[in-house]
Design a protein around this ligand. Sequence first.
Ligand SMILES: [Zn+2]
Length: 79
Amino acid sequence: KEAGIGYGSVNHPVDRDPVCGYNGIIGDVCPKCGRTESDGVAFERIRRITGYLVGTMDRWNDAKTAEEADRVKHSVMTR
Ligand SMILES: [Zn+2]
């Protein structure tokens, strides 16, 4: 509140490959079956927006899509 931040959240992106059923973080290549989206089937990418998990990003409007693009990824130090 003192820093002028009205809302903050930690989001955990979850992707799913509808072909093989893999759930987790998918970059360009599915870590389970090794396929890419170039074969015609898109990966499902579920993200939190305005506090809710609303399904995949393909129904987001421009403002929500821009907000997701501005997010900063953080990592947790592990040893
Ligand atoms: Zn897969």
